[in-house]
Write a protein that binds this ligand. Structure first.
Ligand SMILES: *Cc1c(COP(=O)(O)O)cnc(C)c1O
Length: 389
Protein backbone atom coordinates (compact mmCIF):
# COMPACT_ATOMS: atom_id res chain seq x y z
CA UNK A 1 0.00 0.00 0.00
CA UNK A 2 2.53 2.57 1.21
CA UNK A 3 5.14 1.36 -1.25
CA UNK A 4 4.18 3.97 -3.82
CA UNK A 5 5.24 6.87 -1.63
CA UNK A 6 8.72 8.25 -1.88
CA UNK A 7 11.40 7.14 0.58
CA UNK A 8 11.10 10.36 2.64
CA UNK A 9 7.38 9.86 3.10
CA UNK A 10 7.68 6.15 3.88
CA UNK A 11 9.98 6.97 6.80
CA UNK A 12 6.85 8.36 8.50
CA UNK A 13 3.88 6.84 6.75
CA UNK A 14 4.33 3.09 6.87
CA UNK A 15 2.58 0.17 8.49
CA UNK A 16 3.89 1.23 11.90
CA UNK A 17 2.62 4.80 11.63
CA UNK A 18 -0.02 4.15 14.29
CA UNK A 19 -0.69 1.37 16.77
CA UNK A 20 -3.59 -0.79 15.61
CA UNK A 21 -5.15 -1.24 19.04
CA UNK A 22 -5.00 2.35 20.40
CA UNK A 23 -4.19 4.67 17.51
CA UNK A 24 -1.02 5.77 19.34
CA UNK A 25 1.29 7.66 16.95
CA UNK A 26 4.36 5.85 18.26
CA UNK A 27 5.22 2.16 18.32
CA UNK A 28 4.45 0.78 21.82
CA UNK A 29 7.44 -0.47 23.79
CA UNK A 30 6.60 -4.05 24.72
CA UNK A 31 8.83 -4.93 27.64
CA UNK A 32 7.53 -8.50 28.11
CA UNK A 33 10.14 -11.26 27.95
CA UNK A 34 7.44 -13.91 27.58
CA UNK A 35 3.89 -14.18 26.28
CA UNK A 36 0.89 -16.01 27.77
CA UNK A 37 -0.48 -18.71 25.48
CA UNK A 38 -4.27 -18.56 25.69
CA UNK A 39 -4.71 -21.92 24.00
CA UNK A 40 -2.94 -25.14 25.04
CA UNK A 41 -3.06 -26.42 21.47
CA UNK A 42 -2.38 -23.38 19.41
CA UNK A 43 0.34 -20.89 20.41
CA UNK A 44 0.19 -17.21 19.44
CA UNK A 45 2.55 -15.26 17.17
CA UNK A 46 4.91 -14.40 20.04
CA UNK A 47 6.22 -16.79 22.68
CA UNK A 48 9.54 -15.48 24.01
CA UNK A 49 11.25 -12.16 23.24
CA UNK A 50 14.57 -13.56 22.03
CA UNK A 51 12.62 -15.33 19.29
CA UNK A 52 10.29 -12.41 18.57
CA UNK A 53 8.94 -9.24 20.17
CA UNK A 54 6.37 -6.82 18.72
CA UNK A 55 8.54 -3.70 19.20
CA UNK A 56 11.56 -5.37 17.65
CA UNK A 57 9.37 -6.73 14.87
CA UNK A 58 8.23 -3.18 14.06
CA UNK A 59 11.85 -2.11 13.65
CA UNK A 60 12.74 -5.24 11.70
CA UNK A 61 9.83 -4.76 9.31
CA UNK A 62 10.74 -1.09 8.91
CA UNK A 63 14.37 -1.73 7.93
CA UNK A 64 13.32 -4.56 5.61
CA UNK A 65 10.88 -2.24 3.82
CA UNK A 66 13.38 0.63 3.56
CA UNK A 67 16.11 -1.63 2.16
CA UNK A 68 13.71 -3.43 -0.17
CA UNK A 69 14.11 -6.79 1.58
CA UNK A 70 11.66 -9.44 2.73
CA UNK A 71 12.92 -9.60 6.27
CA UNK A 72 14.92 -7.47 8.71
CA UNK A 73 16.81 -8.31 11.89
CA UNK A 74 17.73 -6.13 14.86
CA UNK A 75 20.82 -6.83 16.92
CA UNK A 76 22.45 -5.42 20.04
CA UNK A 77 25.18 -3.68 18.01
CA UNK A 78 26.53 -3.42 14.49
CA UNK A 79 29.19 -5.99 15.39
CA UNK A 80 26.48 -8.35 16.67
CA UNK A 81 24.73 -8.07 13.29
CA UNK A 82 27.97 -8.58 11.34
CA UNK A 83 29.19 -11.44 13.56
CA UNK A 84 25.84 -13.22 13.39
CA UNK A 85 25.85 -12.98 9.59
CA UNK A 86 29.35 -14.51 9.55
CA UNK A 87 27.90 -17.52 11.41
CA UNK A 88 26.45 -18.56 8.05
CA UNK A 89 30.01 -19.73 7.29
CA UNK A 90 31.34 -23.15 8.25
CA UNK A 91 34.75 -24.61 8.96
CA UNK A 92 36.84 -24.71 5.78
CA UNK A 93 35.00 -21.82 4.14
CA UNK A 94 36.79 -18.72 2.93
CA UNK A 95 35.60 -15.12 3.08
CA UNK A 96 36.95 -12.41 0.80
CA UNK A 97 36.94 -9.08 2.64
CA UNK A 98 37.48 -5.54 1.47
CA UNK A 99 40.90 -4.37 2.61
CA UNK A 100 39.44 -1.15 3.99
CA UNK A 101 37.08 -2.79 6.42
CA UNK A 102 35.77 -1.47 9.73
CA UNK A 103 38.30 -2.20 12.52
CA UNK A 104 35.90 -4.37 14.53
CA UNK A 105 35.09 -6.49 11.47
CA UNK A 106 38.83 -6.86 10.80
CA UNK A 107 39.26 -8.15 14.35
CA UNK A 108 36.32 -10.55 14.06
CA UNK A 109 37.70 -12.03 10.82
CA UNK A 110 41.36 -12.21 11.83
CA UNK A 111 41.13 -13.12 15.52
CA UNK A 112 37.83 -14.98 15.96
CA UNK A 113 36.63 -16.62 12.72
CA UNK A 114 40.15 -17.96 12.07
CA UNK A 115 39.93 -19.99 15.30
CA UNK A 116 36.88 -21.75 13.86
CA UNK A 117 38.70 -22.73 10.67
CA UNK A 118 37.19 -19.97 8.54
CA UNK A 119 39.80 -18.54 6.20
CA UNK A 120 39.98 -15.01 4.87
CA UNK A 121 41.79 -12.81 2.38
CA UNK A 122 41.74 -9.06 2.14
CA UNK A 123 41.63 -7.42 -1.27
CA UNK A 124 41.51 -3.94 -2.67
CA UNK A 125 37.83 -4.00 -3.68
CA UNK A 126 38.12 -0.79 -5.65
CA UNK A 127 39.72 -3.09 -8.24
CA UNK A 128 37.44 -5.83 -9.67
CA UNK A 129 40.41 -7.67 -11.16
CA UNK A 130 41.83 -8.06 -7.67
CA UNK A 131 38.51 -9.43 -6.47
CA UNK A 132 38.34 -11.95 -9.33
CA UNK A 133 41.92 -12.99 -8.70
CA UNK A 134 41.34 -13.81 -5.05
CA UNK A 135 38.14 -15.84 -5.27
CA UNK A 136 38.98 -19.41 -4.23
CA UNK A 137 37.03 -22.64 -4.72
CA UNK A 138 36.00 -22.46 -1.03
CA UNK A 139 35.05 -18.75 -1.05
CA UNK A 140 31.51 -18.52 0.30
CA UNK A 141 31.13 -14.82 1.07
CA UNK A 142 32.42 -11.58 -0.46
CA UNK A 143 32.24 -8.81 2.12
CA UNK A 144 31.97 -5.20 0.92
CA UNK A 145 31.96 -1.81 2.55
CA UNK A 146 31.38 1.13 0.23
CA UNK A 147 32.22 3.93 0.74
CA UNK A 148 34.84 2.32 2.94
CA UNK A 149 36.02 3.41 6.32
CA UNK A 150 37.80 5.77 6.73
CA UNK A 151 39.28 6.57 3.32
CA UNK A 152 35.98 6.38 1.40
CA UNK A 153 37.12 3.92 -1.26
CA UNK A 154 34.38 2.91 -3.69
CA UNK A 155 33.56 -0.68 -4.61
CA UNK A 156 31.59 -1.41 -7.77
CA UNK A 157 28.69 -3.23 -6.12
CA UNK A 158 27.17 -4.59 -9.36
CA UNK A 159 30.58 -5.79 -10.51
CA UNK A 160 31.26 -7.70 -7.28
CA UNK A 161 27.76 -9.20 -7.26
CA UNK A 162 28.33 -10.48 -10.79
CA UNK A 163 31.63 -12.12 -9.81
CA UNK A 164 30.06 -13.58 -6.67
CA UNK A 165 27.14 -15.09 -8.58
CA UNK A 166 29.44 -16.57 -11.21
CA UNK A 167 31.37 -18.25 -8.39
CA UNK A 168 28.48 -19.32 -6.19
CA UNK A 169 29.26 -16.96 -3.30
CA UNK A 170 27.03 -14.76 -1.20
CA UNK A 171 27.64 -11.03 -0.91
CA UNK A 172 27.40 -9.01 2.32
CA UNK A 173 27.56 -5.22 2.33
CA UNK A 174 28.05 -2.92 5.31
CA UNK A 175 25.78 0.02 4.38
CA UNK A 176 26.40 2.06 7.54
CA UNK A 177 27.87 5.12 5.78
CA UNK A 178 25.08 5.44 3.18
CA UNK A 179 21.91 4.06 4.82
CA UNK A 180 18.97 3.06 2.59
CA UNK A 181 18.30 6.77 2.08
CA UNK A 182 21.34 6.92 -0.22
CA UNK A 183 22.16 3.34 -1.29
CA UNK A 184 20.01 0.19 -1.60
CA UNK A 185 22.39 -2.74 -2.05
CA UNK A 186 19.64 -5.41 -2.14
CA UNK A 187 18.31 -3.77 -5.32
CA UNK A 188 21.80 -4.19 -6.81
CA UNK A 189 21.82 -7.91 -6.04
CA UNK A 190 23.58 -8.00 -2.66
CA UNK A 191 22.40 -10.87 -0.43
CA UNK A 192 22.71 -9.36 3.05
CA UNK A 193 22.87 -5.68 3.90
CA UNK A 194 24.32 -4.86 7.32
CA UNK A 195 24.24 -1.75 9.46
CA UNK A 196 25.64 -0.25 12.53
CA UNK A 197 22.36 1.53 13.35
CA UNK A 198 24.35 3.19 16.13
CA UNK A 199 25.31 5.70 13.44
CA UNK A 200 22.97 7.46 10.98
CA UNK A 201 19.89 5.29 11.51
CA UNK A 202 19.76 6.11 15.23
CA UNK A 203 21.40 9.45 14.59
CA UNK A 204 21.64 10.90 18.08
CA UNK A 205 24.66 9.22 19.75
CA UNK A 206 22.36 7.63 22.30
CA UNK A 207 21.98 3.97 21.32
CA UNK A 208 24.04 1.00 20.11
CA UNK A 209 22.34 -1.17 17.53
CA UNK A 210 22.86 -3.32 14.46
CA UNK A 211 20.46 -4.19 11.66
CA UNK A 212 20.42 -6.61 8.77
CA UNK A 213 18.06 -6.98 5.81
CA UNK A 214 17.73 -9.84 3.35
CA UNK A 215 15.82 -10.30 0.10
CA UNK A 216 15.82 -14.07 -0.32
CA UNK A 217 13.27 -15.81 1.96
CA UNK A 218 15.42 -18.95 2.45
CA UNK A 219 18.47 -16.94 3.40
CA UNK A 220 16.26 -14.86 5.71
CA UNK A 221 15.13 -18.04 7.45
CA UNK A 222 18.75 -19.15 7.95
CA UNK A 223 19.71 -15.76 9.36
CA UNK A 224 16.67 -15.83 11.64
CA UNK A 225 17.80 -19.18 13.02
CA UNK A 226 21.23 -17.70 13.76
CA UNK A 227 19.77 -14.56 15.35
CA UNK A 228 17.64 -16.72 17.63
CA UNK A 229 20.48 -19.17 18.35
CA UNK A 230 23.19 -16.62 19.06
CA UNK A 231 20.72 -14.36 20.83
CA UNK A 232 22.38 -10.95 20.40
CA UNK A 233 18.98 -9.29 19.86
CA UNK A 234 18.22 -5.62 20.41
CA UNK A 235 16.31 -4.61 23.54
CA UNK A 236 12.91 -3.01 23.04
CA UNK A 237 13.77 0.43 24.43
CA UNK A 238 16.64 0.63 21.96
CA UNK A 239 14.40 -0.60 19.13
CA UNK A 240 12.10 2.32 19.89
CA UNK A 241 14.99 4.81 19.82
CA UNK A 242 16.05 3.57 16.38
CA UNK A 243 12.45 3.76 15.13
CA UNK A 244 12.30 7.36 16.33
CA UNK A 245 15.65 8.22 14.79
CA UNK A 246 14.58 6.77 11.43
CA UNK A 247 11.76 9.29 11.09
CA UNK A 248 14.25 12.12 10.52
CA UNK A 249 16.84 10.09 8.59
CA UNK A 250 16.27 11.84 5.28
CA UNK A 251 16.37 15.42 6.58
CA UNK A 252 19.38 14.77 8.78
CA UNK A 253 21.32 13.08 6.02
CA UNK A 254 20.47 15.69 3.38
CA UNK A 255 21.62 18.50 5.63
CA UNK A 256 24.76 16.70 6.83
CA UNK A 257 25.71 15.62 3.30
CA UNK A 258 25.48 19.20 2.03
CA UNK A 259 27.72 20.34 4.86
CA UNK A 260 30.16 17.48 4.26
CA UNK A 261 30.51 18.54 0.63
CA UNK A 262 31.17 22.16 1.63
CA UNK A 263 33.76 21.04 4.16
CA UNK A 264 35.42 18.70 1.64
CA UNK A 265 35.80 21.60 -0.77
CA UNK A 266 37.11 23.82 1.98
CA UNK A 267 39.72 21.24 3.10
CA UNK A 268 40.65 20.59 -0.51
CA UNK A 269 41.76 24.21 -0.85
CA UNK A 270 43.59 24.44 2.45
CA UNK A 271 47.41 24.38 2.38
CA UNK A 272 47.70 22.45 5.67
CA UNK A 273 45.61 19.58 4.29
CA UNK A 274 47.55 16.96 2.30
CA UNK A 275 44.63 14.82 1.15
CA UNK A 276 40.85 14.89 1.23
CA UNK A 277 38.76 11.75 0.83
CA UNK A 278 35.13 12.35 -0.15
CA UNK A 279 33.24 10.63 -2.99
CA UNK A 280 31.47 13.91 -3.80
CA UNK A 281 34.71 15.51 -5.00
CA UNK A 282 35.11 15.03 -8.75
CA UNK A 283 38.78 14.24 -8.11
CA UNK A 284 37.81 11.15 -6.09
CA UNK A 285 38.82 8.07 -8.15
CA UNK A 286 35.54 6.29 -7.37
CA UNK A 287 33.24 9.28 -7.95
CA UNK A 288 31.56 8.00 -11.11
CA UNK A 289 31.01 4.44 -9.86
CA UNK A 290 29.64 5.85 -6.63
CA UNK A 291 27.24 8.05 -8.57
CA UNK A 292 26.02 5.05 -10.56
CA UNK A 293 25.06 3.06 -7.47
CA UNK A 294 23.95 5.63 -4.91
CA UNK A 295 21.77 8.67 -4.47
CA UNK A 296 24.24 10.89 -2.66
CA UNK A 297 27.72 11.27 -1.24
CA UNK A 298 26.97 11.04 2.46
CA UNK A 299 28.10 12.96 5.49
CA UNK A 300 31.48 11.36 6.17
CA UNK A 301 34.81 12.61 4.87
CA UNK A 302 38.42 12.19 5.86
CA UNK A 303 41.35 14.52 5.51
CA UNK A 304 45.03 14.15 6.11
CA UNK A 305 47.31 16.55 7.91
CA UNK A 306 51.10 16.42 7.95
CA UNK A 307 51.50 14.14 10.99
CA UNK A 308 50.27 13.27 14.46
CA UNK A 309 51.59 16.49 15.91
CA UNK A 310 49.53 18.57 13.48
CA UNK A 311 46.48 16.48 14.33
CA UNK A 312 47.04 17.06 18.04
CA UNK A 313 47.29 20.83 17.56
CA UNK A 314 44.17 21.06 15.42
CA UNK A 315 42.07 18.83 17.68
CA UNK A 316 43.07 20.96 20.69
CA UNK A 317 41.96 24.16 18.94
CA UNK A 318 38.59 22.94 17.66
CA UNK A 319 35.49 24.04 19.58
CA UNK A 320 32.53 22.46 17.78
CA UNK A 321 32.99 18.82 16.78
CA UNK A 322 32.86 16.16 19.44
CA UNK A 323 36.23 14.36 19.43
CA UNK A 324 35.07 10.77 19.67
CA UNK A 325 34.72 7.34 18.20
CA UNK A 326 31.57 6.95 16.08
CA UNK A 327 29.83 8.93 13.35
CA UNK A 328 26.41 9.60 11.92
CA UNK A 329 24.97 11.85 14.59
CA UNK A 330 23.27 15.24 14.74
CA UNK A 331 26.45 16.70 16.24
CA UNK A 332 29.60 16.67 14.11
CA UNK A 333 32.00 13.97 15.24
CA UNK A 334 35.73 14.10 14.62
CA UNK A 335 37.61 10.83 14.95
CA UNK A 336 41.25 9.86 14.86
CA UNK A 337 41.14 6.44 13.13
CA UNK A 338 44.72 5.49 14.04
CA UNK A 339 43.85 5.53 17.73
CA UNK A 340 40.09 4.96 17.57
CA UNK A 341 38.22 2.86 14.97
CA UNK A 342 41.40 1.25 13.65
CA UNK A 343 43.37 0.96 16.87
CA UNK A 344 42.91 -2.82 16.70
CA UNK A 345 44.70 -2.92 13.33
CA UNK A 346 48.50 -3.22 13.32
CA UNK A 347 50.25 0.00 12.20
CA UNK A 348 51.65 -1.51 9.01
CA UNK A 349 48.19 -2.83 8.04
CA UNK A 350 46.75 0.61 8.76
CA UNK A 351 49.28 2.46 6.65
CA UNK A 352 48.73 0.10 3.70
CA UNK A 353 45.14 1.37 3.81
CA UNK A 354 46.08 5.05 3.91
CA UNK A 355 45.19 5.33 7.60
CA UNK A 356 48.24 7.33 8.52
CA UNK A 357 48.95 9.15 11.78
CA UNK A 358 47.84 12.38 10.08
CA UNK A 359 44.39 11.18 9.07
CA UNK A 360 41.21 12.56 10.67
CA UNK A 361 37.66 11.46 9.87
CA UNK A 362 34.80 13.88 10.15
CA UNK A 363 31.12 13.03 10.26
CA UNK A 364 29.23 16.24 9.56
CA UNK A 365 26.29 16.96 11.82
CA UNK A 366 23.42 19.38 11.38
CA UNK A 367 25.16 22.50 12.69
CA UNK A 368 25.39 25.53 10.39
CA UNK A 369 28.06 24.72 7.80
CA UNK A 370 29.58 28.21 8.05
CA UNK A 371 30.14 27.75 11.79
CA UNK A 372 31.96 24.47 11.20
CA UNK A 373 34.12 26.02 8.49
CA UNK A 374 34.89 28.98 10.76
CA UNK A 375 35.89 26.59 13.53
CA UNK A 376 38.17 24.49 11.27
CA UNK A 377 39.62 27.67 9.84
CA UNK A 378 40.76 28.96 13.22
CA UNK A 379 42.02 25.49 14.26
CA UNK A 380 44.02 24.93 11.06
CA UNK A 381 45.73 28.28 11.68
CA UNK A 382 47.64 26.47 14.42
CA UNK A 383 49.43 24.33 11.82
CA UNK A 384 49.36 26.62 8.79
CA UNK A 385 52.09 28.91 10.08
CA UNK A 386 54.69 26.18 9.48
CA UNK A 387 53.73 25.95 5.79
CA UNK A 388 55.05 28.17 3.08
CA UNK A 389 52.14 28.76 0.77
C1 LIG B 1 30.43 1.50 13.91
C2 LIG B 1 30.55 0.62 12.74
C3 LIG B 1 30.41 -0.78 12.86
C4 LIG B 1 30.19 -1.45 14.19
O1 LIG B 1 28.97 -1.11 14.77
P1 LIG B 1 28.72 -1.08 16.35
O2 LIG B 1 27.31 -0.63 16.47
O3 LIG B 1 29.71 -0.14 16.95
O4 LIG B 1 28.94 -2.47 16.85
C5 LIG B 1 30.48 -1.54 11.70
N1 LIG B 1 30.69 -0.97 10.49
C6 LIG B 1 30.86 0.35 10.35
C7 LIG B 1 31.10 0.92 8.98
C8 LIG B 1 30.80 1.19 11.46
O5 LIG B 1 30.98 2.51 11.30
Amino acid sequence: MSNNWSFDTRLLHNEHKTDGSTGAVSVPVQHASTFHQASFDEFGEFDYSRSGNPTRQALEETIAALEGGVRGFAFASGMAAISTAFLLLSKGDHVLVTREVYGGTFRMVTEVLNRFGIEHSFVDMTDLNEVALHIQPNTKVIYMETPSNPTLGITDIRGVVKLARANGCLTFLDNTFMTPALQRPLDLGVDIVLHSATKFLGGHSDVLSGLAAVKDPDLAQELYKLQNSFGAVLGVQDCWLILRGLKTLQVRLERSSQTAKQLAEYFNGHPAVKNVYYPGLSSHPGASIHKSQSLGDGAVLSFELENEDAVRKVVRQLKLPVFAVSLGAVESILSYPAKMSHASMPKEEREKRGITDGLLRLSAGVEAAEDLIKDFDQALEAVSSSFTV
